[in-house]
Design a protein around this ligand. Structure first.
Ligand SMILES: [Zn+2]
Length: 243
């Protein structure tokens, strides 16, 4: 925390609020974190587009736009999505030059400890269940795509702090992000496009490719076209990164 001219009363108030929040969190469920991720420095201005394929369908409009614009992306696939979308899987496998296929978990269970739910999804709940979510998701991606994923992004992209080190110890980078393009595919196309257009060098952008009936996918396509016109390069998440 940076120094403030009159720290006493303000810091006391913040401290009390922190204690109260800590007690409330302890009583309900452990606090959750959303680790930020940016690309390592260097090279020409670039961003990484990451798109989640949670359970759901396949947004072919968006996928075709990426192919037409030659924009690479890292796709985070659940085992549920892979099982339900053979045509979508075939499409992304036919464009392996553009798409990096990564691990979004087996059953789309948030990697959160404790009973309850996160954004309406039942928590994995225990460390064993989190490990199973990660390991089974990775095995399914590898079996379907012929290549082992190196990144994991949990459902909701929120994690119990105690879950981070064990997931990393399994060999996965935690795929955070720095720019939320579509807020869970909930925003109108114009809002999504405007958010992406404001991306800065090294940003990791998160969006969704599993909601073909929502307008957000068209916003991603428009946003990346605008960014490209500005001269921004797009890259996949690097295979090796210290997170
Ligand atoms: Zn998801």
């Amino acid at each position: 925390m940076t120094a403030t001219p009159y720290p006493g009363r303000r810091q006391t108030a913040i401290g009390m609020a922190a204690v109260l929040m800590s007690r409330a969190a302890h009583a309900a469920s452990p606090a959750q974190v959303a680790p930020a991720l940016r690309l390592p420095p260097g090279g020409r201005p670039a961003v990484a587009l990451t798109l989640d394929a949670c359970p759901g369908a396949f947004d072919m409009r968006l996928a075709r736009a990426l192919v037409e614009q030659s924009v690479p992306a890292s796709l985070f696939l659940t085992a549920l999505w892979i099982a339900r979308n053979p045509d979508g899987l075939a499409f992304v496998l036919a464009h392996r030059d553009l798409f990096s296929l990564q691990n979004h978990g087996a059953r789309h269970l948030p990697p959160v400890l404790g009973a309850g739910a996160t954004f309406g999804l039942a928590n994995a709940g225990t460390m064993d269940a989190i490990r199973a979510e990660v390991a089974s998701g990775a095995a399914t991606v590898e079996a379907a795509c012929g290549q082992a994923p190196t990144w994991f992004r949990g459902a909701t992209a929120l994690y119990s702090p105690d879950a981070l080190a064990p997931i990393r110890a399994m060999g996965f980078g935690i795929a955070g992000f720095s720019l939320n393009a579509d807020m869970g595919a909930s925003l109108p196309a114009a809002s999504v496009a405007a958010r992406i257009t404001k991306a800065q060098d090294r940003d990791v952008i998160i969006g969704h490719i599993n909601q073909p009936l929502r307008p957000s996918g068209a916003g991603i396509a428009a946003g990346i076209a605008a960014l490209k016109a500005q001269g921004m390069a797009f890259v996949k998440l690097p295979d090796q990164i210290a997170i």
